[in-house]
Design a protein around this ligand. Structure first.
Ligand SMILES: [Zn+2]
Length: 69
């Protein structure tokens, strides 16, 4: 008989501090590269890398942010 006392793993529910859906700035090459990197990371199941790329997109500074109207 196996005791599963304390061996139960509760469902991992992360609040997701990362912005996986960060939208890259349209005119920014860095954001575009990060977006591509994030997509590739996601396809390979490397969610941590994808999340980091998303954060970098979110935090990438842009002056004179353009809006498409
Ligand atoms: Zn950017």
């Amino acid at each position: 008989m196996t005791e599963s006392k304390g061996a139960m793993s509760p469902p991992v529910h992360l609040p997701c501090p990362y912005d996986l859906n960060a939208v890259p700035a349209p005119d920014c090459g860095v954001c575009a590269a990060l977006d591509k990197q994030r997509q590739e990371a996601r396809e390979r199941g490397r969610l941590a890398e994808a999340a980091i790329a998303g954060v970098e997109i979110t935090n990438h500074p842009h002056k004179g942010r353009r809006r498409t109207s």
